[in-house]
Ligand binder design. Structure first.
Ligand SMILES: C[S@@+](CC[C@H](N)C(=O)[O-])C[C@H]1O[C@@H](n2cnc3c(N)ncnc32)[C@H](O)[C@@H]1O
Length: 285
């Protein structure tokens, strides 16, 4: 009955559904985007507390089931169902996003939301536990990595509650957790591609020092590609990759990262690092 490839694990515990909705702090004026409403267990709870729910469901059969569930009732006029893959469409305007996320799109969905404009108030999302812990990991944690740095650059990310397998039908193979994502407003003025290029290098060999990661030939080529335009555009004309290397290593040394391990790097130090390339554009507190 349920399609595993679409991550169909229906939330059957109403207390968990209510907990998710409560954490979103909904107002009667809110438009809520729900990704993957399924049979609508979470949807009906959101409908009770919001002005409107726009629910995007990939499975036509479940979309029809949900339509039937609210048909003729008082909540019907508040629900709009978009049939299709959420990753293949532009998102509508919304104040809050709520989703018992299909786990196979956890990462692309998170970043689609984080980059969505205008900025929304918050997203309360169910994820596979390990993914959730990677999102909220802090410098020094074993799970701290590119996902943590990039998501925390753009949003406040909080672990809200653990949810065991038995709260779903059919139960998934892994434990789950609910995370709250509150985008920073305004977002940091960072060119994400350039930023992410740097983060990739920093975490390319997690147990080496950050400086060592920047020193390898392969990563220096990446660095050249990533930073030549950036520096040129900001009138720090760099003709040789060597100069870029010198600049990055110089800043790293100043920051004391010669000795530090990459996994201990704090996101604010990354901002300082980027700021050294472009004082005008990057402000940090
Ligand atoms: C984990 S179930 C959650 C169902 C329901 N919200 C609940 O909590 O019981 C994930 C839902 O997302 C839908 N889905 C999977 N991939 C999707 C996609 N790319 N776009 C939209 N919906 C998707 C599935 O069909 C399924 O209904």
């Amino acid at each position: 009955m349920f399609n595993k490839s679409l991550g169909q694990h229906i939330l059957i515990n109403p207390l968990v559904s209510q907990g998710i909705v409560d954490k979103a702090g909904l107002k009667q004026t809110d438009t809520v985007l729900e990704v993957g409403p399924g049979t609508g267990n979470l949807t009906v709870k959101i409908l009770e507390q919001a002005k409107k729910v726009i629910a995007c469901e990939a499975d036509a059969r479940l979309a029809a089931e949900l339509t039937k569930r609210v048909q003729g009732g008082p909540l019907q006029h508040k629900l709009e169902i978009l049939h299709g893959d959420v990753m293949k469409r532009d998102l509508p305007f919304f104040d809050v996003c709520i989703s018992n996320t299909p786990y196979q799109i956890s990462s692309p969905l998170t970043f689609k939301l984080i980059f969505h404009r205008p900025i929304f108030r918050c997203a309360v999302l169910m994820f596979q536990r390990e993914f959730a812990l990677r999102l909220v990991a802090r410098p020094g944690d074993s799970l701290y990595g590119r996902l943590s740095v990039n998501s925390q650059l753009y949003a406040k990310v909080t672990h809200v509650m653990k949810v065991g397998k038995n709260n779903f039908k059919p139960p998934p193979n892994v434990e789950s957790s609910v995370v709250k994502i509150e985008p920073l407003n305004p977002p940091p003025p960072v060119d994400f591609e350039e930023w992410d290029g740097l983060v990739r290098i920093a975490f390319s060999r997690k147990h080496k020092t950050l400086a060592a990661n920047f020193k390898t030939t392969a990563t220096l080529q990446m660095l050249d590609q990533n930073y030549r335009t950036f520096c040129t555009a900001n009138e720090m004309v760099v003709e040789e990759g060597f100069q870029i290397k010198a600049a990055v290593l110089g800043v790293l040394t100043q920051l004391g990262y010669g000795e530090a391990r990459a996994s201990k790097m704090d996101v604010h130090d990354f901002l300082k690092l980027l700021a050294a390339f472009n004082d005008a554009r990057i402000h940090f507190c």
